[in-house]
Design a protein around this ligand. Structure first.
Ligand code: SME
Length: 154
């Protein structure tokens, strides 16, 4: 299942983001590198926490994504509400899945926190393959998100 060299991806991102504290620049770099890291990923991007329990689209790669997601909706909203990773093997059985693309079969959404431990948004990856993501993807990407947005770069 895992085809990503997460050590190499982490090194690339930490080098790219070194000394940068602008969240949009960090998000754009992160979405680009992850999207191109593995053919399983056919959409990768951020939804930003804009207050009022609303997420709005941020930097992404892939087909167009919906612009606004309330915390009460979708896989992204579940990650924002819970602060927990959402690993969805089959989006067809996730009651309130928001289908930005009819080809999406599985999804991984991770909450993103800044140095002040504030939820700045969620990172969403879609795949047109069922069961495309595993615990290693969730753990490794969560760790790199922490390094980029919580620690090393800013
Ligand atoms: N599927 C997500 C919505 C974002 S699109 O996948 C880019 C959800 O259910 O929250």
């Amino acid at each position: 299942m895992t085809q990503v060299d997460y050590d190499a991806l982490s090194q690339r991102l930490l080098a790219l983001c070194a000394g940068e504290s602008d969240e949009i620049a960090l998000m754009a770099s992160f979405a680009c590198e992850v999207y191109h890291a593995d053919e399983r990923f056919d959409w990768a991007g951020f939804y930003r926490n804009v207050g009022g329990d609303i997420l709005k689209i941020g930097p992404y790669q892939g087909g167009h994504g919906c612009l606004v997601i309330p915390f009460s909706r979708g896989v992204c909203g579940a990650a924002a509400r819970s602060g927990e990773a959402q690993l969805i093997d089959d989006v067809a059985v996730f009651d309130d899945h928001i289908a930005c693309a009819s080809t999406t079969r599985s999804e991984l959404v991770l909450p993103v926190f800044n140095q002040q431990k504030r939820l700045i948004g969620v990172f969403d990856i879609d795949s047109d393959q069922p069961h495309a993501f595993g615990a290693e993807d969730a753990d490794q990407l969560a760790d790199i998100l922490r390094q980029v947005f919580y620690g090393a770069c800013p």
